[in-house]
Design a protein around this ligand. Structure first.
Ligand SMILES: Cc1cc2nc3c(=O)[nH]c(=O)nc-3n(C[C@H](O)[C@H](O)[C@H](O)COP(=O)(O)OP(=O)(O)OC[C@H]3O[C@@H](n4cnc5c(N)ncnc54)[C@H](O)[C@@H]3O)c2cc1C
Length: 563
């Protein structure tokens, strides 16, 4: 018989998105639950994220749009996810489990006191043109949150990137388009007033992922979940083929914790582990990732040791970024999506040739960059835009085309500026004739209103990424006013997307599909249940929360009860 230092019913490794949803299920079922987090902060990449959850058929969209349904959602996921042999993480059964359980999970956490709202009325699915695709929004986020509500735990939430009292969607509008609209200026004024009031009243506001994880932690603690930081789990304890506990390290000592009903691995991915990246996704760098330091994939070898299978390990949730000054030190690296997604900017490879739709999912964008790089230099690629663009949109939060042109960016060689496209090609090492030809071809498409090469601007999401104040197509504008500019774009990421294969109950399975008793996993510790596709904003946090919830219901034997 195994000996333990302590025993709980449910032990969660890592404080990711599914950790607390699962632990709260256990508490509601009258069981004990422990969350073990290896870093000093609770919340994982989830706390650093936008905190957006892609939850089809949720209560908020249903209230606004009665035609939203589980049928539409599964039609969409079946159309978008490829069931090919390179994506064994996904299957119709798992997608259906997601579509059916995600709205229930949402109701459950709202019932636990977690305040949520529709992220926006307009944040389309990333493949909205496919059957069942949504052209409005299936995205849900937490309401902004005062960290002081966590009392002694207030400093324990991993810092987010948006420490302000505003909806993320409003924050994005203010950042990008305040100069274009009085209504957005009004939003800014209201946010600024809340900031001032918050300072006067001692609030510690946060929004996005930190608000989500802050609210989840508050609810979990209130439900009696035990949460411990700086407790890295090292291995699983196996008895007669069943996972019955974990070994962890605390203060230089090892401790054995028993888990009566099961262990849930919610320990994130391996984006910060360069050796694993070299093995599974060569040519990518940990330094390009926005994930926090704990995302080192420690548990993957342990999962294999107990018979689990890793899959889709070459997949990441790519997020295009740029080697801008500050790249190495910035908490969140400069986002390239907002740059080439705006009308009047295109992406070219090192020859000066366009090769993708600059709109669309960031995950697909980075996949395309890496694919292209196998035949033509495309890492880095170049965002190319003109003076009109530079006067209309900020680049790296700077007006590079306005009077206060940041000479430093030019002097350091980062921002390339030239009076002609041929000269710009010289600065980026591209073929001058090719770059000129590419831009002329692009301008022809803009004049016709159709990108005949890559269909940019056809789908609603491309338009969402563009400029709502620009027409006729918000994603298309000519590049024809000197000077011309270029900055590099590289395929960064916000997570890896491969890991343990699970079944529709969240159980880790062996090569023959049989579940390993006592071992569950969720989030990016698993081979994504979306396969190698990112269907919409929140397609990582939503599934992590939901499969944590599904796993705990299964382990507690309350699958058929109303939770
Ligand atoms: C800037 C940014 C914005 C993003 N925006 C969104 C968004 O809006 N919506 C979305 O869906 N996705 C978004 N993503 C991606 C998303 O945040 C991640 O894919 C997701 O949060 C992963 O969640 P998880 O539950 O799998 O684990 P995580 O949230 O990463 O948590 C895993 C935790 O496990 C801990 N851990 C690791 N090993 C051990 C161990 N051995 N013992 C104990 N603990 C361990 C880690 O320290 C970590 O705290 C964004 C990411 C970033 C960086």
């Amino acid at each position: 018989m195994a000996q333990f230092d302590e025993t709980f019913d449910w032990v969660v490794v890592g404080s990711g998105a599914g950790s607390m949803s699962s632990a709260m299920v256990m508490r509601k079922a009258g069981k004990t639950a422990l969350v073990l987090e290896k870093t000093q902060f609770v919340g994982g990449t989830t706390a650093k994220s936008g905190g957006v959850m892609w939850i089809p058929n949720n209560r908020f969209i249903r209230a606004d749009e009665p035609d939203e349904s589980a049928e539409k959602a599964i039609t969409y996921l079946d159309a978008v996810c490829d069931d090919g042999s390179d994506a064994p993480g996904t299957s119709h059964e798992k997608r259906l489990a997601y579509v059916n359980e995600a709205p229930k999970m949402l109701e459950f956490i709202i019932g636990q006191g977690v305040q949520l709202e529709r992220a926006a009325t307009y944040w389309p699915d990333y493949y909205d043109e496919l059957p069942g695709g949504c052209k409005t929004s299936r995205c849900v986020t937490a309401k902004f949150f005062d960290l002081n509500e966590l009392g002694a735990w207030s400093k324990k939430i991993r810092p987010g990137f948006a420490p302000f009292p505003a909806k993320l969607d409003d924050g994005m509008k203010v950042t990008n388009f305040m100069h274009k609209s009085w209504s957005i200026k009004g939003k800014f004024a209201r946010i600024a007033a809340r900031v001032v009031l918050g300072k006067l009243t001692g609030k510690s506001w946060t929004t996005a992922g930190a608000a989500l994880q802050g609210r989840m932690l508050k609810a979990a603690l209130a439900a009696g979940v035990e949460v411990r930081t700086e407790t890295p789990v090292k291995e699983f304890i196996l008895e007669d083929g069943k996972v019955i506990g974990v070994v962890l390290e605390v203060g230089g000592q090892t401790k054995r914790i028993g888990a009566n009903l099961g262990v849930l691995v919610n320990a994130g991915g391996f984006a910060q582990n360069q050796a694993m990246r070299d093995k599974y996704m060569p040519g990518t760098k940990a330094a390009w990732s926005n994930t926090p330091e704990g995302d080192t994939g420690d548990l993957f070898p342990e999962i294999e040791k107990v018979g689990g299978v890793l899959a889709q390990m070459d997949q990441m949730v790519g997020y295009q970024t740029s080697y801008a000054p500050g790249f190495d030190t910035d908490y969140v690296k400069p986002g390239g999506q907002g740059i080439t997604g705006k009308p009047g900017a295109i992406l070219v490879d090192q020859n000066g040739q366009r090769y993708l739709n600059e709109g669309g999912s960031y995950e697909l964008y980075c996949q395309r960059m890496l694919e292209r790089n196998r035949t033509v230099g495309a890492v880095p690629s170049w965002a190319v835009f003109d003076q009109r663009y530079a006067e209309n949109y900020k680049v790296l939060n700077l007006w590079v085309g306005k009077a206060e042109k940041p000479q430093k960016l030019v002097e350091t060689g980062y921002l390339k500026v030239a009076q002609t496209l041929e000269e710009l090609a010289g600065l980026i090492g591209a073929d001058p004739a090719k770059l000129k030809d590419t831009v002329e071809r692009w301008n022809g498409f803009v004049d016709k209103g159709v990108d005949e090469d890559f269909g940019r601007g056809n789908r609603e999401y491309d338009k969402w990424l563009g400029d709502p104040f620009h027409g006729p197509n918000p994603a298309l504008a000519r590049i024809d006013r000197a000077p011309y500019y270029a900055i590099d774009i590289i395929p960064g990421d916000v997570s890896t997307y491969g890991g343990a294969l699970i079944d529709a109950k969240g159980r880790v399975v062996k090569a023959d599909g049989a579940p390993i008793p006592g071992l569950y996993a969720c989030g990016v510790s698993t081979a994504s249940i979306m396969g190698g596709v990112y269907p919409g904003a929140g397609a990582s946090v939503g599934p992590s929360m939901t499969f944590g919830y599904i796993a705990a219901k299964h382990a507690a034997g309350v699958e058929n009860q109303d939770f």
